[in-house]
Design a binder for this molecule. Structure first.
Ligand code: KG4
Ligand code: ZN
Length: 339
């Protein structure tokens, strides 16, 4: 079954054709990052208009890449939410229109189900497993019981990890998009230069990053006040703050994932969402599960499928083809109520 999927929830216009939920026949990601860079973040109205301009070229390109025509597509999928409403409407309405023109089913996909499903692409992963979802808007531990049945067992009480990355990146005067730039800066820093306390939360699988964010901000200001205005000195402090913040985040994520996996008896782990592109997270989790006698197995999507992309929407549409309609989710920021 070949699904043409569209993803436009934020600032990537993306189209993909995915076969049987696993095989990516074509995947086009047209990022608007350079347009939003001047504003230091995504401007929703600008993003929506950019999607309108970029959608048709993206569709042409994806069909060309796969060497297919619209008539050869079995179903059309589009992200319904959560995300920026104006942006979502472009991709979802385009997919729905194509499905009506071609007289084929339309499958509306939840963006977060999509991130989870990015782990099915080019892999053999099957539920049950524990998924750590870390994106710009969400941080969740999800018990994936079947392809369509998922329970959120823990989540952030305040900032998402990606949000914390982006805010600290802004503090360190790094350009948008903050997360990947902070990741790069951290690689040349000393990750034990500063230590930050980890938040204690009531439920053991929940997260909290706003205290860490404030602690990093205060420590940075203090460190700057203690040094001269020499630019090399300032650069060293920035690198060390970035590396120390990153180490703390990775430790929190690993600790919580392990605790949750032990409690639920889940030996297969997956990581998903934009922040799963982070080099330190990938390295630390990989090293942990690769220890001798480790009972754990880890799936992380290739970098291309970590940040927003339509291939993951195609995978989710195949494995969880519950057809929702636009009104159900397009205005919602909610993934699923807590159990
Ligand atoms: O999944 P995604 O593309 O969009 C959402 O659904 O939110 O995630 C975007 C988030 C942003 O906060 C971005 O800064 C972060 O993922 N991100 C990273 C890295 N690449 C993307 N954060 C840390 N390190 C990275 N390498
Ligand atoms: Zn996303």
């Amino acid at each position: 079954m070949k699904i043409l999927a569209l993803e436009t929830s934020c600032d990537e216009t993306s189209a993909a054709i995915v076969e049987d939920g696993r095989f990516v026949l074509a995947n086009v990601i047209d990022s608007q990052a350079s347009v939003h860079q001047a504003f230091g973040g995504v401007v929703p109205e600008v993003a929506a208009r950019q999607h309108i301009e970029r959608m048709n070229p993206c569709l042409d390109q994806v069909l060309n890449q796969a060497g297919m025509t619209l008539g050869q597509i079995d179903a059309f999928a589009g992200t319904l939410g959560p995300g920026l409403v104006g942006s979502l409407l472009v991709g979802a309405n385009t997919a729905k229109t194509l499905s009506m023109l071609e007289n084929k089913p339309f499958i509306g996909v939840n963006h977060l189900y999509g991130h989870v499903a990015s782990n099915y692409l080019e892999s053999d992963l099957k539920p049950p497993f524990l998924c750590l979802l870390v994106s710009g808007g969400h941080t969740q531990l999800i018990h994936v019981k079947t392809f369509s049945e998922m329970t959120i067992v823990g989540q952030t009480l305040d900032d998402a990890v990606g949000e914390a990355y982006d805010k600290i990146a802004r503090l360190l005067e790094l350009p948008y998009p903050g997360g990947p730039n902070l990741d790069e800066l951290a690689q040349s820093g000393e990750d034990t230069a500063y230590s930050f306390t980890k938040a204690v939360v009531e439920k053991p699988f929940d997260f909290s990053f706003s205290g860490l964010k404030t602690a990093v901000m205060r420590r940075y200001e203090k460190a700057l006040s203690e040094i001269s205005t020499d630019s090399q000195e300032i650069q060293r402090v920035r690198r060390n703050i970035a590396a120390s913040f990153q180490r703390t985040v990775v430790e929190i994520l690993l600790q919580k994932t392990l605790l949750c996996a032990k409690s639920l008896d889940l030996y297969t782990w997956a990581i998903a969402g934009g922040v799963s592109a982070n080099s330190a997270i990938r390295k630390r989790f990989q090293a942990f599960v690769n220890q001798p006698d480790s009972p754990y197995r880890l799936y992380i999507p290739p970098l291309l499928y970590c940040t927003d992309n339509a291939a993951m929407i195609g995978a989710s549409a195949y494995f969880n083809p519950i057809s929702r309609d636009l009104g159900d989710e397009v205005f919602s920021r909610v993934f699923q109520p807590r159990p």
